[in-house]
Design a protein around this ligand. Structure first.
Ligand SMILES: [Mg+2]
Length: 369
């Protein structure tokens, strides 16, 4: 794969002497699993994002979801208490429309297998959204929308069979909903691909087009890509050579992170967006263990063990980051030399306990052991 050859592999976490945000002028923040989850804002996310803007960073919300317009996404964010203007939201629909616009002349008809987000994005590029292969589309653009059904997928298959350019907003296989895991755009694209024996050009994460779109819209020279998924946010960051912060508030837990290959490893990791506000200390490797801040971890029989020192307490935010950094450093070292992922259950339990403690301090005191 030429793309993986271009990608920048990450073998170890990077460190910073000052709070992480200092190194960047734009934060490209993913939404689901980072800012909100299941329709509710994640604890402290709205305040953290405001704080980040207060430091002078541009905050862009960058989403693979193509179904809604940026205005609709921004309105949802504001309803959750997140300070967001419409122009702060960049979607894979916008990136896909720009890719299509580079392939067909302005004024062309484009078959839309998707929702309002895609239709509006095409209009911005003076492309005409249509819904039938019989109207002679010059291209097909496909992104998730709940109304996409067999009839529209059949239209896509007819048009794609005519060898016109075919662009997908993203290939996410799944879409988490309140009721469970539903088919994502990648699954619907696969139906058309299986029918036509073709594959689309892809615009969303981990492909570079959506990051390029974000730079075009919000500017910036030194972005930090913040996300919860290894295969989209982090792999995409590595592909464009940008630094990434993985937060553990979404689909990736410590066990999944411990098993990550270098192309899907983030440059930084933290429990939540609080990780932007603290230095990321260099983990110290000694023989069999790794120390970071107060934490010492050791791998014994493919299991990671955690011990906490008794010296002066670091600030709670940094303490959490230190634990995660020690654990992940030890886990990757183990994976790289043994080709076996360690079990992170002890570290996960410790982390969970600390995060509960955080939440508890805010309203009803601590939950310390
Ligand atoms: Mg996400």
């Amino acid at each position: 794969m030429p793309d993986s050859i271009r990608s920048r592999p990450v073998f170890v976490l990077q460190s910073t002497a000052v709070a992480l945000w200092h190194g960047y002028d734009v934060a490209m923040v993913d939404l689901d699993g980072v800012v909100y989850r299941g329709g509710a804002a994640l604890a402290s996310a709205p305040e953290r994002l405001t704080q980040l803007r207060g430091h002078g960073l541009t905050v862009a919300f960058v989403t693979n979801n193509a179904s809604r317009t940026p205005a609709a996404v921004a309105a949802q964010l504001r309803a959750l208490g997140v300070d967001a203007a419409d122009a702060d939201v960049v979607t894979s629909a916008q990136a896909a429309a720009r890719v299509v616009a580079g392939m067909v002349p302005a004024g062309s008809r484009v078959l839309v297998v998707g929702g309002e987000g895609l239709r509006q994005a095409l209009l911005e590029h003076r492309l005409i959204p249509i819904a039938s292969a019989e109207d002679d589309p010059a291209a097909v653009v496909q992104g998730f929308a709940p109304e996409v059904g067999w009839a529209l997928l059949a239209e896509a298959a007819y048009a794609v069979a005519a060898e016109v350019p075919w662009v997908a907003s993203n290939l996410d296989q799944t879409l988490p909903t309140e009721r469970g895991i539903a088919p994502g755009n990648g699954t619907l694209v696969a139906a058309v691909a299986a029918t036509s024996q073709r594959m689309p050009v892809v615009a969303g994460k981990p492909e570079p087009a959506l990051f390029d779109e974000t730079v075009i819209r919000v500017g910036g020279n030194c972005p930090l890509i913040v996300g919860d998924r290894l295969d989209t946010d982090v792999a995409g960051a590595n592909r464009v050579g940008a630094d990434s912060l993985l937060v553990l508030t979404g689909v990736t837990d410590l066990d999944r992170l411990a098993a990550a290959t270098p192309l899907e490893r983030p440059t930084f990791v933290s429990a939540d967006l609080g990780g932007l506000e603290v230095p990321h200390l260099p983990p110290v490797v000694d023989g069999t263990g790794v120390t970071c801040g107060q934490w010492r971890v050791e791998v014994v029989d493919h299991e990671l063990w955690v011990e906490r020192g008794r010296a002066a307490e670091p600030p709670a935010e940094r303490d959490v980051v230190d634990l995660v950094r020690a654990a992940v450093t030890a886990a990757w070292r183990h994976l790289d030399s043994n080709q076996v992922a360690v079990s992170m259950s002890t570290a996960s339990a410790r982390l969970h306990e600390m995060m509960q403690g955080h939440a508890g301090r805010a309203d009803e005191g601590t939950l310390d052991e």
